[in-house]
Design a protein around this ligand. Sequence first.
Ligand code: GLC
Length: 478
Amino acid sequence: MASQTQRKVPVAHTITTIGGTPPQEAMVDKIVKAFTITPEYLEEITQHFLSEMKKGLNEEDQTIAMIPSFVEGRLTGEEVGQFLALDLGGTNLRVVLVDLQGRGNFTTKSTKYKVSDSLKTGDVKDLYNFIADCIDSFLTEHNLDYGTADIHLGYTFSFPVYQSKINRGLQKQWTKGFNCSGAIGKDPVILLQDALAKKHVPVLVSALVNDTVGTLLSNAYSKPDTNAGIIFGTGSNGAYIEKMSNIKKWKGGPTSSDEMIINMEFGAFDNERVVLPVTPWDNKLDRESINPHKQIFEKMISGMYLGEIARNVLLELVDRTLLFEGYSSKELNSQWGFETTYMSTIEADQGDSLKETHRVLSSSLNIPKVSEVDCRIVKRVCDLVGTRAARLAAAAIAGIARQSSSVQNGCDIGIDGSLYEFYPSFEQRIEQGLVELFPDVPDINKRIRLGLAKDGSGVGAALCACVAKKMAERRPSV
Ligand code: GLC
């Protein structure tokens, strides 16, 4: 299996005419204004993003945390062997067996496990007991027995962690839908290793990896010019290769390379709300979330949240009797009731009658009366929320490209996550944003080469475990 796969993502079909009553048109205009990011505004956001990146590199505890990953230097392509990867922090928990065969070649076998809401918000010990059970049953299922040797595991833990070694770190906070007690300030590797030890599961947690770092590594395995890994999925974040000399806050002592991967944690960008176009509908989402005032950028660009922003806009239209004749439904009234996948279907819908949009609204959401004008308004709202997300995503990519001077030389950027993979025209909209942000570079989309890095969390974690194992063999104390 190669790390890149060909994919067919549907195209978003934009509509320009709503054909509504004057009050409907006036309200739609207002919504359009609130969500539109002009090229000049996009540039302003990018500049602020870049200056926040620099702050994070200079000092601890900045809004964009810019966390050194302890992954030094670059892959050789010679990384081989069998490793386990554990992926926590996306839609599902996954255990993956990765067989690295060198030069970008690998095979994987994986099993997904659903993490219930009560585990996501309960005592962290229960979560780790559950995880240890999942790993144990995976080993049995795949008949994995390494005799007396422990199997090395790379742990993709997709939350902010202040790392102190390749396999050590302290959790800073939870993000996305997680909020377990007893985890903040603790080392996720120790919590996992203890739970495994209690159940006598023969696995050694040898690397702790953010999913963005894993994505960078898995992309770099087959594309050596990779300099960033990005997730646009349930949450959003990026990692890139930085020169040690630019990491002014580094206190970790001498390193074996003059470069290190930085886990940016850019989801927190502009929590102060200096520059982002935060609307009342974003504020409502934020206020009702389990982490108010945190991760504001992430909440404007990620799969977990886009549907909810759109729902908030639609409910305001209903309340003003400008949509569905003023009637909502139990589904539309429920928090998270308007899923981002509905937006994908609606954005891809085309033709005059917007049949798919009508189906989502009447069948999935049980709205009693849906007119063609209603369908067009809903489609326009999805377009606005989805386009704004992709343009903000472009600002982040441009910030990374400017900081790492990768425009001149060209680079590959590996991206993973459901939004990037499946949301109609998400990538094209990012590319359009990049064209606007680099007006003097006519072939910008050939220089900053975006591509799907499939299974960064699995393969990337295995690569990291492989690097860590080599380091440990060289230096037994690591
Ligand atoms: C959240 C997490 C971050 C992760 C991202 C994508 O932003 O804080 O660590 O990389 O989601 O999964």
